[in-house]
Ligand binder design. Sequence first.
Ligand code: RP5
Length: 181
Amino acid sequence: TPILNINDENDTSTTTLSNNIQPLVGIIMGSDSDLPTMKACAEVLKLFDVPFELSIVSAHRTPMRMVEYAKSAHVRGLKVIIAGAGGAAHLPGMVAALTPLPVIGVPVKGKILDGVDSLYSIVQMPRGVPVATVAINNSTNAGLLAIRHLGAFIPSYLQKMQEFMERQESEVLAKVDKLDQ
Ligand code: RP5
């Protein structure tokens, strides 16, 4: 699977992982135009030291590649898939139809309908085929949710998530203190 080098926005062909260990999370997106939005979830995974892979898989332009990716994901050791797409955003739903893994969908905001088209395309799944949908362009939350999934069976990620939440809380409380002064 060709993986994007997330450090180079122009590189859509090279094979690079966040590191050399077994990726646990697969980040896929319909187009390289989704990369600026999807980068945030890659950053979150990096922050938590979660090995991931990142690639372009289009439900419409590369349908066979999508089938191959989704069917092989759990066999290759992935535990969660994050799929971002815009417009007629069929990627997360189709991938969820093909894999037994949890799929998190990121509605990417396009130029025309403000991302509402993407949101509706991803969130309105039929009963039996779940996609956990985050807010429009909020790939940060997709990354955090993927880590929570991993935390259910990898205690170190659970621990890191608790620390992250405590840090977040302290930051907000520090702002409250400042306002109160
Ligand atoms: C979707 O179409 C992609 O996920 C992207 O958000 C949108 C537009 O793609 P490009 O025309 O920019 O490649 O499949």
